[in-house]
Each structure stands twice: as C-alpha cells, then as structure tokens.
Design a protein. Structure first.
Length: 404
C-alpha cells in the first residue's frame, strides 16, 4: 500500500475518532509562557503553518503570551474560574516542575493539575520560540477534544527530508511495520532486526502506540536504504514510565519522526539502526542524499570492504579529555579498502541510535570524533564504525561499550 493510501486511511480513521465539523470554527486558546527566571513574555504570533492546519480542521488559534514569573498564578486563576487554556506552550520546564530549589512554584506541584496535563510531541512544535520548549494540552479545557484532534492530525512530513524517489512498495510496507513495532516496544523487533544490528540491554521507557505512520523520504540502492517516516502516536500506558523528578513527562501524544537504516538480506529488508528523534541526527539526515548518489546498483555482490579498527578508548571506558580540553575523542583506524565511499559512526543507547557520517580518509591516518558530539545519558552505550562501499556493502568494526 502506498504512503498516500496509508495517509488517506489514517486520516479517515482519525476523523472518525475525532469528529470535527469543517465549519465548527472553534477557537482554541493557547497560552505561551516565557522562562520563570525572566519577566519578558514570548511573542503572541500564531504560526502560519499551524494556523493553516487548524483552519483546515475548522479551528482557529488565539494566542496569549505571559512572562514566566506571572504564568503560574495566571494559570491557577484561570483554573479556579474553569477558564483554563486548551494548549500551553512553555519555554522552560520550570514553568511545569518549578526550579529544583523551589518545585512548588511550578503548576504541576498541584496533583490535580498534573493529572490534567497531556504532553504533545512534534505536532505543536511550531508554537515553540527560538529557545524551544514543550507543549501541553489541558484535558479539562473547554475545547479539549478539538485540541487533541489538532495534536493527532494526519502526520506531517518535514519538507527538508522528503525524497524525490518513490519508495518501492515492498520497502515501504516493511518500513512502516518496523516503525510501528519500534515505537511499541523493542521486544517486538526481533523478527525485523538485521543479524548485525547493535542492541543494548537498557530500553526506552516511552513505549507508544502508532495510530498512523507514513513514509516521507527514501534514499539508497538495492542493498542499503535510509528511510524517514513520521507517526501519529499515543502513549499506550502512562504508568509504564519511571518516576523521574520532572513532572513534565505526562501522557504523550503527537507526532514522532523516525529514521530507519535498513539492509537487504535474502528476500527481505532488515533493520540496522533506528532513531525515534531524527533531529538529534539532523546533520546525518542532511548528508544522506549526497551519500546516496555515490551508491550504484549492487546486483547483490558479496564482496565488501575491510572493516575499520577501533583504537580508543578501551572497551568499558569513556573518552578522557587531553589536558586543557573539555572532551575526549573516539578514535579508529579507517578501512584500507579503496571502494569505501563513507563511514558511519554509530552510538547505540536504549536501542536508539546516534549516527554520524565521516568522510573517507587516508587509511594510514586515524580518524576521530569528539565525545562532545554525543548526547549524554546514564547507563550503557555501545559504539562502532561502519565502512560502506560504493555498492552499499557494509563492514562493521567490533563494538565497544562505555558508560556516561
């Protein structure tokens, strides 16, 4: 089934579950809050793209902006008057949690408020300012159902990551199935994983249920494929998440961009790497089209390059900075094979991947990547280097572990 068909079926399913008349013209009240440490309010502009999406659903957005220092009290006043906003967009989590030294300042210090918050991922991100931030729905607001429908609208593809090449039907079907299983739980991935996929003992806690998934971009050849997708999702069971100090991690809904790297094995495609937040791999995504142009049809030739050799740090250790430096380096000896068109440095954490393209260098000169480019997270990490030939054949180095 094509991505267009998936999108149409998904849109009809969402419409059936969240009926809104095209002429309803409901007004969704949006509150934007600046940082609690500042007395400056963010802008109150309605983002054009989100405004158009809302209008197509018979909705209008009305934005009010508050300085962070006044937001909590204004929200409590509105809640007492049963006039709470439908959507809140905050620049800083302290508006929800309160600062570490005074959590009572945050609105979620009240358990009654906390249980009304529904965190939205992706689909309302246009409301974030230049400082970023988070968006939430209020489950008891006047137009809560309409706000939920806006957050769970048909998936949007980022125009930067839409490829011109149509996705082969077999690859599209497999990619959608893998993305849906990947979002639900890593334990469902065993039937899709490539034999060389790098997995970790720890897993993501934010398992969610995909309501609709569509493919956005495809690059590669008959052996190696890079596929970007986006899913509309809801968290299956908010109680499955751990109890962190932060109160901002309420039930999750919205849109999740996904990046998959797949390899043809036998008659089918198998998963080599995946990320449920490709923006952490944005530099990688931007380079995919150029790398893809260097791959030609392989006719599934079996000859592949020699692997790279990891040099430092030693297994079980994180990189140590040199004197006067903030970060250490991951260092390896690149493949000596002449047909290598690119290298990928992979970091696996909680069965999610950070990926970095590295240009091919003189194999006699070690390559390195600063540890400062790798996101921090407690627990076990694994890393290795892929050497990719012009036919899409891959040689993997051994992997090493480290803990942050």
């Amino acid at each position: 089934m094509s991505c267009v068909a998936y999108a149409l079926l998904g849109a009809k399913a969402l419409e059936a579950q969240n009926p809104i008349s095209p002429n309803s013209n409901q007004i969704l009240v949006v509150w934007k809050a600046g940082s609690p440490a500042s007395n400056q309010a963010p802008d109150s502009n309605v983002p054009l793209n989100l405004e158009r999406k809302a209008e197509s659903m018979g909705l209008r957005l009305q934005v009010r902006a508050f300085a962070g220092i006044e937001f909590a009290q204004e929200f409590r006043n509105a809640l007492a008057a049963h006039q709470e906003p439908d959507i809140i967009a905050i620049e800083n989590a302290a508006s929800i949690d309160g600062p570490p030294n005074n959590p009572g300042v945050g609105i979620a210090s009240d358990p009654d408020v906390r249980k009304r918050l529904i965190q939205v991922n992706g689909s309302l991100q246009d409301l974030a300012g230049i400082r970023g931030g988070r968006q939430f729905l209020i489950s008891t607001s006047q137009h809560a159902q309409a706000a939920r429908s806006l957050a769970l609208r048909a998936p949007d593809c980022d125009v930067l990551f839409v490829a011109q090449t149509p996705v082969p039907p077999e690859l599209e079907k497999t990619a959608v199935e893998i993305a849906d299983a990947y979002l639900r739980t890593p334990t469902e991935m065993k039937d899709y994983n490539d034999t060389d996929r790098l997995t970790t003992e720890s897993v993501r806690w934010d398992s969610v249920n995909a309501r609709e998934t569509r493919t956005c971009g495809y690059w590669g050849n008959d052996r190696l494929a890079f596929v970007s997708l986006v899913s509309v999702f809801e968290q299956e069971d908010p109680l499955r998440q751990p109890p962190p100090r932060s109160l901002a991690h309420g039930p999750l809904i919205g849109q999740m961009p996904i990046l998959l790297v797949l390899r043809k094995q036998g008659a089918g495609w198998r998963l080599l790497a995946a990320s449920s937040n490709p923006m952490r791999n944005d530099a990688f995504l931007f380079r995919i089209p150029g790398i893809s142009m260097e791959l030609h049809e392989s006719a599934m030739e079996n000859t592949g390059p020699a692997p790279a050799q990891l040099l430092s740090p030693e297994d079980g250790h994180a990189p140590v900075p040199d004197a006067g430096q903030r970060f250490g380096n991951f260092t390896w000896q690149p493949s000596p094979s002449g047909n290598v068109v690119t290298q990928i440095v992979e970091f696996a954490y909680k069965n999610d991947d950070w990926l970095y393209f590295m240009p091919t260098q003189n194999y006699a000169t070690p390559d390195q990547l600063s540890a400062g480019k790798v996101s921090q997270g407690p627990g076990e990490w694994k890393w290795r280097v892929w050497s990719i030939s012009d036919t899409g054949a891959i040689a993997f180095s051994d992997y090493r572990t480290f803990r942050q």
